[in-house]
Design a protein around this ligand. Structure first.
Ligand code: HEC
Ligand code: HEC
Length: 161
């Protein structure tokens, strides 16, 4: 009986060794991460400098219909919490004339059922949920986004023209 078990265990060990040998050896690539770069996981990276916010006051183009426009000015120290909304001090429809800011879109006065009311819809209160300032920073990852107007229509392959 003991000999039988010894044989079974020995064959299992041999089998495991074979399986291990049969594994294709993956070349160990250096770890790469867009934020960490080549810094090993057990070391700290040197954080990049914070890029300054673009503050040119020039309205930027949109990449697609219904895109929330990016913010062309600094928003440092603008209070935006449950007590106060500094953005509305300039962007509310009633303030736009005085401030010269683009008034918030009519969609911002619409509730989820499409009913337009006289006051900003609560779901549009936290402006920076959708609108963000920009910085002239090197992109961390590549992006092949193409605006819909730039996509050339292609005729279906199997169709005669
Ligand atoms: C002191 C007034 C003022 C405040 C406060 C302000 N803005 Fe503006 N905003 C402007 C003006 C003026 C413009 C027009 C472009 C420019 O001069 O920067 C503008 C432009 C914008 C645009 C671009 C609109 C478009 O059609 O492209 C967005 C988006 C925007 N602001 C969002 C915000 C958000 C979000 C906040 C709050 C965090 C905010 N703004 C606070 C004055 C203000
Ligand atoms: C849930 C996302 C969302 C939130 C929150 C939001 N917006 Fe917008 N905003 C948009 C989208 C999308 C557009 C463009 C489409 C449209 O006009 O509705 C837009 C358009 C705008 C425009 C341009 C209007 C125009 O006529 O060109 C301004 C200015 C603006 N938003 C300001 C604000 C401010 C200020 C707040 C906070 C009080 C805010 N938004 C909150 C999504 C949002």
């Amino acid at each position: 009986m003991r000999a039988f078990f010894a044989t079974v265990i020995a064959s299992l060990v041999a089998l495991a060794a074979l399986v291990a040998l049969a594994q294709p050896t993956v070349p160990s690539l250096p770890f790469h991460d867009s934020l960490r770069g080549m810094t090993p996981i057990n070391e700290e990276t040197k954080p990049p400098l914070i890029a300054p916010t673009e503050n040119k006051d020039v309205i930027r183009g949109l990449n697609y219909a219904q895109q929330p426009p990016t913010i062309p000015h600094k928003i440092d120290n603008y209070q935006l919490d449950k007590n106060a909304n500094r953005c509305l001090a300039c962007h509310a429809r009633s303030r736009a004339e005085e401030s010269g800011a683009v008034p918030v879109a009519v969609s911002h006065y619409m509730d989820r059922d499409g009913v337009v009311s006289g006051h900003l819809s609560p779901r549009r209160y936290f402006c920076t949920q959708c609108h963000v300032p920009q910085a002239d920073a090197k992109p961390l990852v590549g992006n092949s986004f193409v605006a819909v107007e730039d996509i050339k229509p292609q005729a279906p392959k199997n169709q005669k023209r």
